[in-house]
Design a protein around this ligand. Structure first.
Ligand code: ATP
Length: 355
């Protein structure tokens, strides 16, 4: 188990592409930490710098108290699992797993024991003699996990490990990877595009934007109190509503939107706003309520589309502040297209930021 500290790390490719831009990050020992963000924001580059497969242009990387910035990959005790599995098709499952140990000149009986243990860990006990092409996609991903674990790493680095699997298997493997990280006391760093995967699995996550950190927090913190519209829009679905600052009061911002006033919580302490400044409100689809009694942030609207999804129903509702996506769980009343309804959202559930 190892804490990882990234200090002011930059990576510039070919003197002009800035993939990481003075990034600071601390990942706790034993944490399962996710890196998320739009394509090209630098997730894989950061993971590769931590693995030692890239050297930062600037900044330092520490594992515990050890500065590993210049250390070769195999000396870092970090193992990487790739989207492509990177298994050798001409070797058996056992030979694939043993490869890293043979390279390290581990004695044969020890290799045998550790390969057996690694196969047990990923619930593939007894599969050592099979050839790789007899294994399903999910099993191949387990083999690549076993190959990473067999070298007894202290950090497990995962780059989109589940993206080649079908939806059901992905959900199953989420639990499996989390179990493996926790049972083995590993620090796990996991890159994904899939925000649902991150919300379901992460202890904490960082949302990256253009090589910088947009926000770091637990899934709940990032989902419920995003610091800017990029993070709000990236993690989960949301209605982003543009307006102008009218007043700030005890951490709440009153925003004028097309003749109506909406109120929400300010999440970023850095936002120094003045009356008339542009403001963006973020209202999650499930934060809008549809009860007739009304409440805070009340807006009239008309149902223009709806999808019935079993235990929830999704509506699109046309209002003076724009078309709003609304999700109601376990609906008792189902509204029809054309129905006039009133939306409302609690001030404390709406967030406001300056960008
Ligand atoms: P994706 O989600 O699409 O995999 P990412 O967030 O992992 O993206 P990176 O692969 O880290 O992003 O790339 C960050 C930026 O650095 C991109 O602009 C990419 O084109 C550039 N980049 C990455 N590797 C190299 C390289 N070896 N040479 C030049 N540019 C690179």
């Amino acid at each position: 188990m190892e804490a990882i500290r990234i200090e002011n790390v930059s990576k510039v490719f070919g003197g002009k592409v800035t993939a990481l831009d003075g990034l600071d990050l601390e990942i706790g020992a034993g944490e399962l930490f996710f890196l998320l963000g739009a394509s090209g924001c630098g997730k894989t580059t950061l993971l590769r710098c931590i693995a030692g497969l890239e050297t930062p242009t600037d900044g330092r990387i520490f594992f515990g108290d050890t500065d590993v910035t210049e250390l070769a990959p195999h000396k870092r005790e970090a193992a990487m699992v790739f989207q492509s599995y990177a298994l050798w098709p001409h070797l058996t499952v056992g030979q694939n797993i043993a490869f890293g140990l043979e390279e390290r000149k581990v004695p044969k009986p020890e290799i045998k024991k550790r390969v057996t243990e690694a196969l047990e860990m990923v619930q593939l006990g007894g599969y050592g003699e099979r050839s790789i092409d007899q294994m399903s996609g999910g099993q191949q991903q387990r083999v690549s996990l076993a190959r990473a674990l067999v070298v007894k790493p202290r950090c497990l680095l995962l780059d989109e490990p589940l993206s080649n699997l079908d939806a059901q298997l992905r959900v199953e493997m989420r639990r499996e990877i989390r179990r493996i990280v926790k049972e083995n006391g590993l620090t796990g760093i996991y890159v994904t595009h899939d925000q649902e995967e991150a919300l379901a699995m992460a202890d904490r996550m960082a949302v990256l934007s253009w090589g910088k950190i947009g926000q770091v927090g637990t899934p709940e913190e990032v989902y419920r109190t995003p610091l800017n519209s990029y993070v709000a829009g990236f993690i989960g679905e949301t209605n982003l509503i543009q307006g102008a600052v009218m007043e700030m009061h005890e951490g709440y911002c009153f925003v004028k939107v097309n003749g109506t006033t909406l109120v929400g919580k300010v999440t970023s302490a850095d936002w120094q706003s003045k009356v008339g400044d542009a403001a963006t409100l973020s209202v999650r689809p499930e934060v809008w309520r549809l009860h007739k009694e009304g409440g805070e942030n009340e807006i009239d609207g008309k149902v223009v589309a709806r999808s019935y999804l079993g235990q929830r129903i999704e509506y699109f509702i046309e209002t003076v502040i724009g078309r709003q996506q609304v999700v109601e769980m376990n609906p008792r009343v189902i509204h029809e297209i054309g129905d006039e309804i009133t939306l409302h959202a609690r001030h404390g559930d709406v967030v406001v930021f300056g960008n």
